[in-house]
Design a protein around this ligand. Sequence first.
Ligand code: SAH
Ligand code: SF4
Ligand code: F3S
Length: 445
Amino acid sequence: MKDLRVKLITYGCQMNEYDTHLVASELAASGAALVETVAEANFVIVNTCAVRGKPVDKVKSLLGNLRKEKRERKTPFFIGMMGCLASLQEGRLIAEKFGVDVLLGAGAIHKISEAVSKVARENEAFWDSGFYPEVDELIPPPPRGLSAFVTLIRGCDHHCTYCVVPSTRGPEISRRPGLILKEVERLLAAGVVEVTLLGQNVNSYGKDDPSYPDFADLIRQVAALGVRRLRFVTSHPMNFSDRIISAIAETAAVGQYVHLPVQSGSDKVLKRMAREYRRDYYLERVEKLRRALPDLVLTTDIIVGFPGESEEDFQETLSLYDEVGFDSAYMFIYSPRPGTASAENFPDMPREVKVERLQRLIEKQKEWSLKRNRSWVGRSVEVLVRGVAKDDAWVEGHDQSNHPVLLEREGVSGPGLYRATIEQATPHLLLGRANERLLAPGERA
Ligand code: SAH
Ligand code: SF4
Ligand code: F3S
């Protein structure tokens, strides 16, 4: 592996970022050099996302450029594709078209060193889209910086009709609690202040093994190691039990931030999406959360233009937004994905209708975000500062409720955790001034 110079490129969600980090450390351990640019590399590996058409198009256009590079180079040049798209038949067809040498699905990335060295030595393709339990044994080294991710559970056992994730990441498999706790301890020893627990459905943690703690107890165990700030994504309303709400309320490190995807406000659409719950159930969860967490900051995911969504259905999504008053939302136009039940069974609707609904929803989101963000003006928050913002009069970070925050640069002496006062709000962020530094990088909480 000595003459291998690998460039890694990541699309998709935080689970993919985590997996890229795993792959980087595996490759470095086997002697490959990790480089910053394609020009310096002789092996480029793309970690892919397949959740909507857009990320797939991005991968295709990148692979097109890489194929061109491969043809033009006078020296050997290899292309790797890993992650969600590489788990799917759709991805294997794309890989074939673009001459991909290494293809590893999201459940096979532990084979990266074997695959890369085989391809480089024997010039023979190495493809594997399987799901293997060994993936969960990998422990990455702590990242640079104050925040880190830890995967709790891979895969998804739900069957939302629009979603490829159960096919890209396989069934739910919880990581061994001992591994998770060991990984968190290593992060804390390296000075990490904020740990984000990851899974497509973290609330299901432990369901597949009765000897494991459930998610509520795992939160308590992780927090007890001394994590200053603990968060988790993503939650499913069906698995968001009262036990979990109590665990959050009791665990100061978690704060009062929850991301709880609703997808739609219409029962008819929720049913077609096979989301398992109805509007009233979601509202009841929110009410319980608000009772337990009076300062709750709640964000969500919403899909507009699901097949068969009428104007009335969409109005119900808008009215649910008003009823809940979300702090913010990730909003998506429905994208039919090959092999999913909704794409196979229902016709897509005209793009103009979807785009127009998205615009109306964005207006609603901005209104609420401004209103919710303004309620923080004058309040004291803890901001984890990453570094200087684009406008260098400010530094950027986020507070314990995950709001993006800008602080005046004056009074901030580098990355770290600061107590600050919020002075202004926009729909997108909070602005304020630092009062004191609570922790510098490398200091333990
Ligand atoms: N497991 C998580 C996240 C899944 S992917 C969850 O259940 O919430 C992140 C978001 O992408 C989803 O919440 C959904 O809003 C969106 N999404 C998934 N498939 C989609 C599709 N085919 N078209 C548009 N948005 C989609
Ligand atoms: Fe996809 Fe639904 Fe699973 Fe989330 S819960 S990953 S949206 S199938
Ligand atoms: Fe994309 Fe896979 Fe994440 S499909 S959103 S990278 S789980």
